[in-house]
Design a protein around this ligand. Structure first.
Ligand SMILES: Nc1nc2c(ncn2[C@@H]2O[C@H](COP(=O)(O)OP(=O)(O)OP(=O)(O)O)[C@@H](O)[C@H]2O)c(=O)[nH]1
Ligand SMILES: [Mg+2]
Length: 349
């Protein structure tokens, strides 16, 4: 049976509600890909439908150069626990995609230092690192060069979390839009092999971003939550106790601030509401789901609290973005949906 060129699924013409459906015999793309590509319309959600362990197991068996794609904006979510153990002795080229989402003021060296430090902590060894952006195909020539140096004629497998930008990267390498890309996690559904200029490329289904906010919101809210252009940091000077509500998705309380600042890195479509901590509970109750929206699907929040122990720290909420705090602050409390990972790290920028 033929497979869909966009997502790799086996094509079928019998069940319009199942994946792989195409009304036209002989089409190259399934209806789902066609509608995603031309109308930005998701007919069948596959956000939770793919077994991530199975994907990594399959990749582990391949004699291939692995391109591991991480979304620079959602970097923590891109880190896959146990990856070093699951893919031992593999040649891995890391590609940090969506460089254009981070502010232009940020230099490559700084990002590279940050990425290498995180990889070291996770014991993930890579042969190289390239930062890319789909805008102006930034970094694409470097990826091609790395494939020449490291590929040794083997297939090139592109792996990473759902929505990290794998299919977009491949389209950029091909110089044409063959694969389906969309903001909906779970766009690519099967291993999808494409031969271009004598090199075999394999696009893979994204590894589920299970502890990300992207899994815990209505798919219609992804348009609001995911940044699609360079983020403009939102800077706040802090005095006393300060609280920030990001829509109805998360809240950050910063206690005893003095000469302190908080910078939010978020989609510009998300509103940040600042108040005194004292007033924050009341405001949250009053505005939740109205002014403070979107809200998560599971309205089950958890609070994580730490003492501020680094001069400049990021509080990262997977799928949403992060706040960078500096100056004197005694404690930091984050309220985020229970299923969503919150990371406290040394500041990225
Ligand atoms: N701004 C920007 N957006 C990007 C870039 N690369 C990918 N995207 C966007 O990120 C979203 C996901 O891209 P895909 O290429 O479909 O991601 P994927 O990793 O193949 O996703 P799955 O198939 O679901 O695993 C799409 O909306 C892309 O347009 C980039 O460099 N810059
Ligand atoms: Mg894809």
């Amino acid at each position: 049976m033929a497979v869909c060129k966009g997502c790799g699924v086996t094509l079928q013409s019998t069940d319009p509600n199942a994946i792989g459906y195409t009304p036209k015999e002989g089409s190259e793309y399934c209806q789902r890909c066609f509608r995603l590509m031309h109308y930005d319309d998701l007919t069948v959600s596959m956000r939770t439908g793919i077994d991530p362990d199975q994907i990594i197991e399959q990749i582990a068996k391949m004699d291939a150069l692995i391109i591991y794609v991480v979304d620079l904006f959602d970097f923590e979510a891109g880190m896959i626990p146990g990856l070093a153990r699951k893919l031992p002795d593999k040649d891995i080229l890391m590609v940090c995609a969506k460089r254009d989402i981070l502010p232009d003021t940020l230099n490559h060296e700084k990002v590279a230092r940050f990425v290498f430090a995180r990889l070291k902590e996770l014991n993930i060894k890579v042969k190289g690192l390239v930062l890319t952006s789909k805008l102006h195909s930034e970094g694409i020539d470097d990826v091609k060069e790395a494939i020449r140096m490291l590929g040794h004629g083997r297939p090139v497998v592109v792996m990473g979390r759902a929505n990290s930008g794998k299919s977009t990267l491949l389209n950029n390498l091909f110089g044409q839009n063959i694969l389906t890309s969309s903001r909906f996690p779970g766009t690519t559904l099967e291993m999808n092999q494409i031969v271009v200029d004598g090199i075999t490329y394999i696009d893979t289904p994204g590894i589920e971003i299970e502890n990300s906010l992207l899994m815990d919101v209505n798919e219609s809210d992804l348009k609001t939550i995911l940044p699609y252009k360079t983020i403009k940091p939102q800077i706040f000077q802090l005095h006393g106790d300060q609280s920030f509500a990001v829509a109805g998705l998360a809240r950050l309380d910063l206690m005893e601030c003095d000469h302190a600042a908080c910078v939010w890195y978020l989609s510009d479509k998300l509103q940040v509401h600042r108040s005194k901590v004292q007033a924050a509970d009341e405001l949250w109750r009053k505005h939740y789901g109205e002014l403070f929206s979107p809200v998560p699907l599971e309205e089950n929040f958890r609070v994580s609290t730490i003492r501020k122990n680094l001069s400049k720290m990021d509080i990262v909420i997977d799928g949403l973005g992060w706040a960078s705090v500096s100056g004197q602050i005694s404690t930091i409390s984050v309220r985020a949906p229970k299923s969503v990972n919150v990371t406290f790290r040394k500041a990225m920028l």
